[in-house]
Design a protein around this ligand. Structure first.
Ligand SMILES: [Zn+2]
Length: 268
């Protein structure tokens, strides 16, 4: 689901410099980098936001996903925002892998190659009954907050926040293997569990380090720790992410986990 840049930014005629023609100074745009909302620099799923960085990008009117040679698979879109050093654009639903061009009036600049991935489809719901049933991860009173707590809120909120009192017990929603447990300045204490189908669940802002070690198998309902507000958080809450296979930071993409959470919540 992400894009892949093969090769590095080519400077060529797109090169970033100002030239004088007939006394007028022309600012040539140049694209030097790409970054997908998933955090990857070379791949991006359709429907995701892509950031192009470079110089003289502020007058970008159109972004063209060039795809293969020839114009037939070109997909032209308007940028969502354009500033001197960055352009934000949504990857069109029919974009193909290839370079990306920014067009500012008559001048254009082309990025390195980007690999377009299919739009992520929501992973199947974890069963809410039976032997493989999932469990709602917060064992106590909770609520889903407001619009700002939703997946996709603001720029790049990749999970759903569930508000609960500090120190409310937190359990694994889904069985799997602990693939990461660390502290991060924004995520706080967090733990990642990857299920056998390759999907990952991420639990952030935990009160203390997770009580499970990396590599350990957990069943749905196994204790992970407690709800907290470590990292960048203004109140105690669980920031919960759901990633498609092959999982968190392994090539998967985040998808809206609210449907899963509400189904588990209803069944718990
Ligand atoms: Zn959050």
């Amino acid at each position: 689901m992400l894009l892949t840049l093969l090769g590095t930014a080519s400077a060529r005629a797109d090169s970033a410099h100002s030239a004088r023609s007939g006394g007028a100074s022309v600012k040539y745009p140049a694209v030097t980098g790409l970054k997908c909302t998933t955090g990857e620099k070379t791949r991006c799923p359709r429907g995701s936001l892509l950031r192009l960085s470079g110089v003289h990008l502020d007058s970008t009117r159109t972004v063209v996903f060039l795809g293969k040679r020839g114009k037939r698979d070109d997909r032209r879109v308007r940028p969502r925002t354009a500033s001197p050093h960055r352009v934000l654009v949504r990857v069109p639903s029919r974009a193909r892998s290839g370079r990306v061009r920014v067009i500012a009036s008559a001048i254009s600049a082309t990025s390195p190659r980007l690999r377009i991935l299919p739009k992520p489809t929501p992973p199947p719901l974890v069963p809410t009954s039976g032997p493989l049933a999932g469990v709602f991860p917060i064992r106590g009173e909770h609520d889903y907050g407001t619009a700002i707590n939703r997946f996709g809120a603001g720029r790049g909120h990749q999970g759903q926040d569930v508000l609960a009192d500090c120190a409310t017990p937190l359990v694994a929603a889904v069985a799997g293997t602990v693939t990461s447990t660390r502290y991060h300045s924004a995520a706080g204490n967090y733990v990642v569990i990857t299920s056998d189908d390759g999907t990952s669940q991420v639990y952030m802002h935990m009160l203390k380090r997770a009580t499970v070690k990396r590599g350990r198998r957990v069943a749905a309902g196994d204790p992970l720790g407690e709800v907290g507000q470590t990292g960048r958080a203004s109140a105690c809450h669980l920031h919960f992410e759901l990633w498609t296979a092959p999982g968190w930071r392994a090539g998967g993409a985040p998808v809206d986990p609210l449907r899963l959470l509400k189904a588990l919540d209803f069944a718990s």
